[in-house]
Write a protein that binds this ligand. Structure first.
Ligand code: HEM
Length: 457
């Protein structure tokens, strides 16, 4: 293997994990390049791997231990200090990072917005975004190859900004998009250093809390919340209306304006790029494996004909869904997430002390030799029978009470957009331009996903 990623004619791109323990300086260098490179290869064979680079850390890949961390001992393993200090400047004490009672009530207040009924009612926005993406790709097809990742980022931002701020007066989509992008890139650099517990003398990139782009983004969201307060709900309720209406069933409490703003920004930060990545990696994989693509095209064409997919089609597109699920296994957008232990414990016989970082490296878990057959191969059919997938061996959305609140929203969106595109185009990879999986907060295809799109009709 020559570089940090490898390709062969049979396997899609992957990160070549290290085969020997890294010292502090090597970890720092690896983390600056790509945080996934700090995962040692043995994490795909062992239940737990521990180390100390500044702070003590443990990577946990054992389904039983993961159940303990994510379900049974929730309060003993809150979200890690790193996650919190990283995200707090942008999204405050919102649902994503709050703990205890403050988390619980926000989760109860937000839950109705993500009910099956509401997610289904938001589908037309996804269908329109799929139609627009197909139009853009169709207009460029035949003239040049395009970067499917950029297209998918545009499509999912279309969706999330429409469903969060419907008609958003005073909301400049392009500016918010640019601010989030800058934030993720800057804060991603900081998190590498913090996750591995780099000592304080290692220079960090400038803290982003006072970044003008972040400030503007919050100010814009504030204006949208205030405008909605003044004029009342939209005719078709969007996420902001649903959150404003949500109340804690136990206490009757509703969200304050600042809480509404922080949660809206949370949905945008947590929900937009992750879904774009699912789609971009799915398209990469379909182009990589023509046989899979042909089968998906057949399914999409049979169900959709010439129209774009809608909510009612999703359950009739099982193979397209399996492709999205397999893309989330091979390239989980949240490739590593973490907790900070509060009490002494044992995980797989390993001693855990208060303050230790417990990492959940979904990237390694999803390619674990003991849990998956041919773990590096692209085989969407493995998701044909969901009961055959062992719980806690597949965690693209986390698990337990803190499981992603937007999971069914994301899957519905990904299936609608992917099916619409596959019914209309054949995608072919551009030789020599394979993407490289690199984790900057999320697992991104560095270099883009370059594909040629050939109209089918
Ligand atoms: C494919 C797309 C997505 C992926 C891979 C993803 C992944 C995740 C993961 C792994 C977690 C748990 C993190 C942890 O336990 O530390 C999470 C939580 C969360 N996600 Fe997602 N997510 C996606 C889409 C969305 C969408 C569309 C939304 C909202 C519109 C969203 C909002 C949230 C929120 C609010 C939480 C925190 C929930 C809580 O702590 O109660 N996500 N997501």
């Amino acid at each position: 293997m020559t570089g940090p990623t490898s390709t062969s004619s049979e396997l899609p791109v992957r990160v070549a994990l290290g085969t020997r323990p890294l010292g502090l300086f090597e970890s720092l260098a690896a983390a600056r390049r790509n945080i996934v490179e700090i995962i040692p290869e043995v994490a795909t064979r062992q239940p737990v791997v521990s180390g100390k680079t500044g702070t003590r850390w443990h990577m946990v890949m054992d389904p039983g231990a993961l159940r303990r961390v994510l379900v049974e001992r929730l309060d003993d393993y809150p979200k890690s200090d790193v996650t919190k200090s990283l995200l707090r400047p942008a999204i405050g004490e919102s649902l994503f990072i709050a703990e205890g009672a403050h988390w619980r009530w926000q989760r109860r207040a937000a839950a109705p917005a993500f009910s099956h009924r509401n997610v289904t009612s938001l589908a037309p926005v996804m269908t329109e975004a799929a139609e627009r993406a197909a139009h853009r790709i169709g207009a460029a097809a035949g003239r040049r190859a395009g970067n499917a990742y950029d297209e998918m980022v545009a499509a999912t931002f279309d969706v999330i900004s429409t469903v969060t701020f419907a008609d958003g007066e005073g909301f400049d989509r392009a500016a918010v998009h640019a601010a989030i992008d800058a934030y993720v890139t800057e804060s991603g650099k900081i998190s590498f250093l913090d996750v591995i517990g780099a000592p304080d003398w290692v220079p960090r990139p400038g803290r982003v809390a006072f970044d003008p782009a972040t400030r503007d983004m919050k100010a814009m969201a504030d204006r949208v919340v205030a405008a909605r307060e003044a004029r009342g709900p939209s005719s078709t309720p969007d996420l902001l209306d649903l959150l404003r209406a949500g109340e804690d069933a136990e206490t009757g409490r509703r969200m304050s304006d600042a809480e509404l703003r922080d949660n809206l920004l949370t949905f945008i930060v947590a929900g937009h790029e992750t879904t774009a990545l699912t789609l971009a990696w799915s398209l990469y994989l379909c182009a990589f494996d023509r046989r899979v693509q042909a089968r998906a095209q057949e399914e999409a064409a049979a169900v959709l004909g010439a129209r774009a997919a809608g909510a009612a089609d999703v359950e009739r597109l099982p193979y397209i869904r399996q492709i999205c699920e397999e893309a989330l296994r091979l390239y989980p957008p949240a490739a590593v997430f973490s907790r900070t232990a509060q009490v002494e414990d044992r995980l797989c016989g390993r001693e855990i002390r208060p303050g230790d970082t417990v990492m959940i490296p979904a990237y390694a878990l999803h390619r674990h030799r003991l849990l998956w057959e041919a773990p590096d191969a692209f085989r969407p059919e493995r998701f044909a029978d969901r009961k055959a997938i062992r719980r806690f061996s597949y965690l693209p959305f986390g698990d337990g009470p803190r499981i992603c609140i937007g999971a069914s929203f994301a899957i519905q969106e990904a299936v609608i957009i992917l099916a619409t595109l596959l019914a209309r185009f054949r995608f072919t990879p551009v030789a020599g331009r394979d993407p490289r999986p690199v984790m900057i907060l999320t697992l991104r295809p560095e270099g883009g996903v370059w594909l040629e799109a050939e109209p089918l009709a």
